[in-house]
Design a protein around this ligand. Structure first.
Ligand code: C2E
Ligand code: MG
Ligand code: MG
Length: 683
């Protein structure tokens, strides 16, 4: 037996995270690499500039020393005497001490060609006499000096009293042949020059850094930005590939991956989980009636309601259309799953305001439990789908748990779907007509058209079996239209007082064009509208959407009678019967069959008949099979009957005989007592 439960009403309000973002470590790596490359370039630039500046400083210093030496050579009186080791003259000493005061030269030493120190300027600078160099003090000249070139060495502040930065430049004095005559060791104070160079260096560096930034950092940064944009775009694409763009929920592929992961982790821990397959009951109708953008908004609303129910966003997905799925982890048992499914159902049940219309929304849920109903994502989804199918088939707005026998049911239904499609193409459908009588006058009043499907192998299949399947696959719409046309085309040849009843399914009202179809058929077949009755079941009124009610009104306005079929099996409001000017109610045959069973059905039937009378409705009792039932109905003023006692449904070809028989009976004297007699009225 199918475990189908009607939805209960618990609501959850739990926060949920919709979309998770991925952060990329490779972005960071690329950023760090760019910064590192920039730093290397900057360091190299500083190094190059610094070395260049040092070189310039050195050659500048050497040039200053050479210039000073040339000046001394050209202008110092008796300089030859000094080189010859003689004591300098007074004039010479004055010149040299003056020469020491100007410029950056603060000290000098004069060596002979062998490196013997001849003079040191220290005392001269102090204004004293110029002592000869200590005896025997001799140095080795550096190779460049010996080659006749200037050679310099940078020095720093030592010994105490010296400038902070200075250079010792050895300037060789050579004769015409290039032989060294003497070497002047010139001490140049570089402190200011160096500061100037550093300033200059800083300027150059700044400029170079800007160039480096333009040349390296800018391309590196733009590369980094481009890579990052690409990565973000990739992430976006990946998100789109895995998520439903409308609701942001995991799409089918992603959801099945999540389900697989959940199944594996639960299997490892020996735990159960439930899969809930959710389907909205009237989505197509809402989409058709209000348009796709309203349909989308409705779906987003549904997704939000479901999001509030689940703890982890990856446990919720949209499988497509109006189908959603929820993973319920750590299940304690099937009952636990059922309770959760009811919560889902009630969270989605409610009224929605769409363009000022109040739309009632309900949902159906199929539940499958792992590992019992499937150990893989595909198996579990299939089981939940089978359970959902059954819920839908049984009337929607409910939950159902998978059971093994549902598989057979589904298979049979699928086979029937195939048969139905074939039937339509291969003319397996036909109509039978069941007569209806006035119990009091015993006259034939009309026929109900009943659809038949004759399968070449399986014989007649009951409409009770195939009509719901035809509704499910949408075949009922063309099929129902065919029934209406065929029945009207047949009935137009019957005498005027013989009415025709045609059953319409609620699914035929969904497109909203039922009044138009009825009108067209009546026009094409030329059947007078007052001879046609449209039978609908209470289920249609239970949907009670404005669209359905409007259509009923329009059909009524065509002059066609409205017949409430199977009365008593649903719970349609009596006020509707009156409001929509129903002409007839047909008491369901289950009440008639229950007569004499000891139940209280007699008084129930009496009150239905009384209500009908008081609302001025024609009351027809269905399924009258025996004389006792007919007696009861007659005694309780039920005028109209239909049932095997009076006539079974017959093919079109047999209808004429029934009509002719009734006409013959009419010519004979009616039975005064009005008592029904099997002999006179049964077909
Ligand atoms: P319904 O409209 O209530 O039709 C009356 C059903 O009761 C018919 O079953 C008829 O054969 C059966 N019946 C009549 N008298 C007796 C009786 O004395 N005893 C018993 N046990 N049954 C009796 P049928 O032809 O199998 O149709 C079943 C249902 O299928 C119909 O119930 C109707 O709801 C649906 N149906 C039939 N034809 C059509 C159709 O053309 N369109 C739609 N939408 N539904 C149809
Ligand atoms: Mg009927
Ligand atoms: Mg009926």
């Amino acid at each position: 037996m199918l475990p189908v439960n009607t939805c209960g009403g618990v609501r959850l309000h739990e926060p949920v995270v919709q979309i998770m973002r991925n952060s990329s470590s490779s972005d960071r790596v690329l950023g760090i690499a760019s910064i590192f490359a920039g730093m290397v370039v900057v360091a190299a630039t500083i190094g190059i500039v610094f070395l260049g500046a040092e070189r310039l400083l050195r050659s500048d210093t050497e040039a200053a020393a050479v210039k000073w030496a040339e000046n001394v050579l050209a202008n110092a009186p008796d300089f030859d005497a000094i080189l010859a080791g003689e004591t300098p003259s007074e004039r010479n000493l004055d010149f040299l001490s003056i020469a020491l005061r100007g410029g950056d030269i603060f000290r000098f030493k004069i060596y002979d060609a062998e490196g013997r120190l001849l003079r040191v300027s220290d005392d001269m600078a102090a204004g004293g006499s110029d002592p000869a160099a200590p005896d025997g003090q001799r140095i080795e000249f550096a190779p460049p000096v010996l080659a006749g070139k200037v050679y310099s060495q940078a020095r720093k502040g030592t010994p105490p009293g010296r400038p902070e930065f200075y250079t010792e430049a050895f300037v060789p004095i050579v004769d015409q042949q290039g032989d060294i005559l003497a070497v002047i060791d010139i001490f140049v104070d570089n402190t200011q020059r160096r500061a100037l160079y550093l300033q200059w260096l800083a300027g150059i560096l700044g400029a170079l850094l800007i160039i480096a930034a333009m040349g390296v950092a800018v391309p590196a940064t733009s590369l980094w930005i481009r890579t990052r944009q690409k990565r973000v775009a990739e992430q976006h694409l990946r998100f789109l590939a895995q998520h439903d763009t409308l609701t942001g929920l995991a799409n089918r592929t992603r959801f099945l991956e999540n389900l697989t992961e959940a199944l594996e982790s639960h299997a490892e821990e020996g735990r159960q989980l439930a899969l809930h397959f959710v389907d909205l009951d009237r989505f197509k109708e809402i989409n058709d009636a209000f348009g796709h953008s309203e349909g989308d908004a409705y779906l987003r609303d549904i997704a939000e309601r479901l999001s509030k129910l689940v703890d982890r966003p990856e446990y919720l997905g949209r499988l497509g259309g109006d189908e959603f799925a929820v993973i319920q982890p750590e299940l304690s048992g099937v009952k636990h799953g059922e309770m959760y499914a009811e919560r889902i159902c009630s969270a989605l049940t409610g009224t929605y305001d769409i363009n000022g219309y109040e739309v009632v929304s309900t949902a159906s849920v199929g539940v499958a439990v792992a590992p019992q109903h499937g150990t893989s994502a595909a198996q579990l989804l299939r089981s939940a789908d089978v359970a959902l199918h059954q819920v839908k088939f049984a009337g929607s707005n409910a939950i159902g748990v998978y059971t093994a026998d549902l598989d057979d049911l589904l298979k049979r239904r699928l086979a029937l779907q195939t048969d139905l499609r074939k039937a339509f193409e291969n003319d397996w459908f036909s109509l039978h007509y069941q007569p209806q009588y006035n119990l009091k006058t015993r006259r034939l009043t009309g026929f109900e058209a009943l659809l038949r499907m004759e399968h070449p192998d399986r014989g007649f299949i009951s409409p009770a079996d195939f009509i719901p399947v035809a509704e499910e696959i949408g075949l009922i719409v063309p099929l129902g239209e065919w029934v209406l046309y065929e029945a009207c085309r047949t009935a137009v040849y019957w005498p005027d007082h013989i009415a025709l009843s045609v059953n319409l399914s609620p699914a035929q009202f969904r497109r909203g064009d039922m009044p138009k179809i009825v009108e067209n058929v009546l026009r094409q077949t030329r059947l007078a509208p007052h001879r046609l009755g449209i039978e609908i079941t209470e289920g249609l009124l239970m949907e009670s959407s404005q669209g359905v009610l409007d259509q009923l009104q329009e059909i009524r306005e065509l002059g066609v009678a409205l017949v409430m079929d199977d009365f008593g099996t649903g719970y349609s409001s009596l006020s509707y019967l009156w409001q929509f000017s129903f002409d007839t109610i047909k008491i369901d045959r289950s009440f008639v069959h229950a007569l004499g069973s000891g139940s209280n059905v007699e008084s129930l039937l009496q009150s239905i008949i009384n209500i009908g009378e008081s609302l001025d409705l024609r009351v027809v009792a269905e399924g009258v099979e025996n004389v006792e039932q007919a007696h009861f109905l007659m005694a309780n003023s039920c005028r109209h009957v239909q049932g095997f006692l009076f006539g079974r449904p017959v093919p079109e070809g047999d209808v004429t005989a029934i009509i002719e028989k009734d006409l013959r009976n009419a010519e004979t004297t009616p039975n005064e007592s009005g008592r029904p007699s099997r002999h006179t009225v049964a077909a």
